[in-house]
Design a binder for this molecule. Structure first.
Ligand code: ATP
Length: 373
């Protein structure tokens, strides 16, 4: 495997703590290791995934060489309508997999099922070899599987830093642990704050850490939600429409963060309608329509397939297939719904806030009362 991790000022010297060829999993440290003005660039995982997927057949439900998630016969019906009917689905470890398809194809419902936010009528799936079919969101998060939402679920009336701390992994028996070992608990809390700050630094939100999350723009909320998802050092991050509502300036930043995740060894599954993004960063594309997986394969093969374009991408196909300039075009405003710098303290309050906080806290297994303090 070729390793091209390099230090941009002195290519022969990797930053301290980063060994060539050795995956570097400590995200918080990663965020602080790159010297000022430099980027760590590695293609080790991209190379591995490209190699692994090179000879995989482009057929729905195909087996992959090193799957981190394997799902079988997952169905979900709403009344008489079948929203999800997936016979077999695998996600290649360390890869970036895009899940695409027309509106109403069942992508979000499938996400909800896999992460324990909804219950299937039938089906089973294993994450890293462990059965997950009945796992609640907090258990899924503890096991290394976290997600973000199409409409961000940041807590408007909590500070940016407190939102980050909601994503910190829970300590087993936290209440008693805290009472019996206050010093150890304080040490853990300090470590969580340090990790949160390092991630905020990396996601360019550190200056906002004491601001209410409600004052962030739409794009910044997406960044915050992604940063919060990383607090538990997940192995698999599932992003539901990360680009929706993000202005072009922040799109590039989001793309870079997703690419960086792969190079740290994190597996990414994302739902997206922005075909330009899919084509730029996906190692593998899976197409859903009417609840089923109807095509999957190498991005180029799938996205250039006229049958897929006509039948499944529909209205989204003409946006930017083949048009690289969309990412850089500052004049593109069609998807820009964010209002950078405009305070918009809305969102949950009172009991609604507590309920909402509890829901988010559950994804990381946090005690809800603690989260809403
Ligand atoms: N809670 C629900 N009750 C009833 N029907 C639902 C529910 N959630 C989803 N559906 C239906 O299930 C189908 C799949 O919806 P889903 O949101 O999963 O599609 P999607 O592919 O994510 O769409 P989009 O790209 O627009 O987000 C749709 O017909 C939707 O109306």
């Amino acid at each position: 495997m070729r390793n091209t991790m390099r230090n941009t000022t002195n290519p022969s010297v990797a930053p301290a703590g980063i060994e060539p060829g050795v995956p570097f999993h400590d995200l918080a440290q990663w965020a602080t290791k790159a010297p000022e003005g430099e980027k760590l660039i590695s293609t080790a995982y991209r190379d591995k995934v490209t190699e692994d997927l090179r000879f995989v057949e482009n057929v729905p439900g195909v087996h992959k060489p090193d799957p981190i998630l394997v799902a079988d016969n997952v169905t979900r019906r709403f009344g008489g309508m079948t929203a999800v009917d997936v016979t077999h689905f695998e996600i290649e470890r360390h890869g970036i997999t895009a899940l695409i398809g027309p509106n109403g194809a069942g992508k979000t419902t499938f996400f909800n099922l896999l992460t324990g936010f909804d219950t299937p009528d039938t089906g089973s799936w294993q994450f890293d070899g462990k059965d997950m079919a009945h796992a609640q969101p907090e258990k899924a998060a503890r096991m290394g599987m976290v997600r973000t939402f199409q409409l961000t679920k940041v807590m408007s009336r909590l500070t940016v830093l407190d939102n980050m701390l909601l994503g910190a992994p829970v300590q087993p028996g936290e209440g008693m642990f805290r009472a019996l070992f206050p010093a150890t608990w304080r040490k853990q809390e300090k470590a969580n704050v340090e990790k949160a700050e390092a991630l905020l630094e990396r996601f360019l939100l550190i200056k906002k850490k004491d601001d209410y999350a409600g004052s962030l723009s739409g794009g910044q909320r997406k960044l915050l939600e992604m940063a919060r998802a990383l607090m538990s050092d997940p192995q698999l991050v599932m992003l539901d429409e990360p680009m929706a509502g993000v202005n072009p300036a922040l799109k590039q930043s989001l793309l870079d963060h997703i690419l960086a995740l792969r190079e740290e060894g994190t597996t990414v599954l994302f739902v997206e309608h922005d075909m330009n993004m899919v084509r730029h960063i996906a190692d593998w594309v899976t197409v859903m329509a009417e609840g089923a997986i109807v095509a999957e394969g190498q991005p180029k093969t799938v996205m250039d397939d006229p049958a897929v374009v006509d039948a499944y991408l529909g209205a989204h196909a003409n946006i930017d297939l083949g048009d690289d300039s969309v990412l850089d075009d500052p004049g593109e405003t069609a998807e820009t719904t964010e209002t950078a710098g405009t305070p918009e303290i809305e969102g949950p309050s009172g009991t609604a806030a507590v309920a909402e906080t509890a829901k988010i806290a559950k994804t990381s297994g946090i005690d809800a009362k603690e989260a809403s303090r």
